[in-house]
Design a protein. Structure first.
Length: 235
């Protein structure tokens, strides 16, 4: 199996130029599915910490890279939406967040904010023993004892203990960000949730500081005020 990916066919969320070269790195097995961006692409094309894959490999082995609190040794480890990237030696911390074009970007955050990550609940399944399994957007899952979680809610997970430390309900009034579509990167409050029959996608209306928009329900994620603060700090 090839270790390379043609640039012209990479997902739209990948932060790479498509016409500069023919190939780029191919993401390895791991979280985020096909949307996951190889770590080497983030180090080389976004942060510009390395010019080649060899230099990126040296960086992760000698300077250290943490993703969601865990040490990473594979330069092709997939990186995706809401991952927390930490470079302790550089004292730099980032949250992976979509920019206005829908491509994955890095938002600088404080060290304290790097202790946990956000996860969108795709669905909830019951498992033997009476627990519920929260299946998250990146392919990971969390077991919980209590009820009250639903698909499209968001949870905040402590990177060290892997425990849920906050829960944001998907409902009218909730603060959300669009992560795909023409409104990717926009932040606002839900004003209406439109449930449509059959296989048609549900839609959601969102009011922002600059107006309003309507998009597919799957394209929005419930967030908290810290995300707004992070965006303001970046600008």
């Amino acid at each position: 199996m090839t270790r390379h990916q043609k640039r012209l066919s990479v997902p739209k969320a990948w932060p790479v130029e498509r016409k500069t070269e023919t190939f780029t790195a191919k993401a390895g097995a791991g979280p985020h599915g096909e949307a996951g961006v190889p770590l080497v692409v983030v180090l080389r094309d976004v942060l510009e910490y390395a010019d080649t894959a060899k230099e990126a490999k040296y960086a992760i082995h000698h300077e250290g890279v943490l993703v969601n609190g865990d040490t990473v040794n594979d330069i092709n480890r997939p990186i995706g939406m809401f991952d927390i990237m930490a470079f302790p030696d550089r004292e730099e911390y980032y949250r992976v967040f979509p920019d206005e074009g829908g491509r994955l970007g890095l938002t600088p955050i404080d060290e304290d904010a790097a202790d946990s990550r956000l996860g969108k609940i795709d669905d909830v399944t019951l498992v033997p023993g009476g627990q519920a399994q929260l299946n998250l957007h990146d392919g990971s899952n969390v077991l919980v004892d209590e009820d009250g979680y639903s698909g499209n809610d968001s949870v905040v997970i402590d990177n060290e203990t892997k425990d849920i430390v906050a829960h944001f309900v998907y409902e009218e009034g909730a603060l959300v960000t669009a992560v795909a579509g023409q409104h990717a990167g926009d932040i606002g409050n839900v004003t209406e949730i439109n449930v449509t029959p059959g296989s048609t996608d549900n839609t959601v209306a969102v009011e922002t500081d600059d107006g309003s928009f309507e998009t597919i329900e799957d394209y929005v994620v419930v967030i908290d005020e810290n995300f707004v603060d992070d965006e303001e700090a970046e600008t």
